[in-house]
Design a protein around this ligand. Sequence first.
Ligand code: NAD
Ligand code: TYD
Length: 359
Amino acid sequence: MILVTGGAGFIGANFVLDWAAQQGEAVVNLDKLTYAGNLETLASLDDNPKHVFVQGDIGDSALLDRLLAEHKPRAIVNFAAESHVDRSIHGPEDFVQTNVLGTFRLLESVRGYWSALPADQKAAFRFLHVSTDEVYGSLSATDPAFTEENKYEPNSPYSASKAASDHLVRAWHHTYGLPVLTTNCSNNYGPFHFPEKLIPLMIVNALAGKPLPVYGDGMQVRDWLYVKDHCSAIRRVLEAGRLGETYNVGGWNEKPNIEIVNTVCALLDELRPRADGKSYREQISYVTDRPGHDRRYAIDARKLERELGWKPAETFDTGIRKTVEWYLANGEWVANVQSGAYREWVQKQYEAAPAKAAA
Ligand code: NAD
Ligand code: TYD
């Protein structure tokens, strides 16, 4: 039995779905169901006795103590977090609350549980913390990709809160001997991605005939990894990672944002052409830049490849095609996540400020 936190969000749910399909080991899924948590994503597991869903907060120590005592997991995989940079700019407090304080409370409950385990189970136990490359800050165009040796230089409230959580995890290993592993992954994309992030937002806006908002000059670079490849990396690190180590996860797919948007448009032009025969590119709209916008992220994942033999299965071309096809085939999921509170976010982020003239 493993305990996954945040398993109703984008990456956590993909991980839980893959785990249930491949591993045969039960999973307890603790998720607060914030705006980003979605039980519809997990609907295919409704009748699966090896998936136990619990709605709750990683900061709720009493709940955690109870879950750990009841289910006795051999490992924890911690996905639960506030994850969107733009939301962290509008309202950083939730990020400190969940990513910093929540991780601290989770670590404390896990430490109590782990300390009392019999010696063999104690030795085999693992706490895997899922983190981001954004903790390393921003690269110039000529800097080498981030390795695990890079300094932490987080720039956004989101990345600062994730950096803090990584430091807590590290300290719980060094001070208390908790058997931890940390992964720092680049930008993910794929099925079940909430349409506040670049790729799904572009797909759903394009199909709805809305503007495709590109921040600043659109030349910021992100390093993209298909979500299922991130999940396979986490399984591999959980299985064979060296205790106390961090592993960068990425697929060497650096792309400027505008290229991503153009690729999404080209795929939609092919798979679901606009009624007027024009390209979806017509909808691109350059808008005011994100404050403090990191210019470039790039991941050097050679440690993970060298030590644990991990490699991604998808190239960017295969992954982005699968993603666009998934959104076209899952209109109901998309319509449902866009109802309710999503409207408020879109208004706050995109409709309050006027679009800039085309760059
Ligand atoms: P997400 O926002 O889609 O999902 C987060 C999930 O955590 C949601 O289901 C939410 O309900 C849950 N959650 C939030 N606060 C909680 C709390 N206090 N207690 C319990 N559950 C809570 O995020 P994601 O994109 O799936 O990211 C998952 C993890 O991976 C995060 O830790 C994120 O920092 C990290 N990460 C994400 C990316 C990316 O590109 N999305 C890249 C690298 C690392
Ligand atoms: P995002 O998906 O929010 O991930 P992150 O900020 O964690 O990298 O954004 C990816 C890139 O796309 C980032 O450089 C910001 C940019 N972006 C836009 O240009 N327009 C948008 O509407 C969004 C959401 C992001």
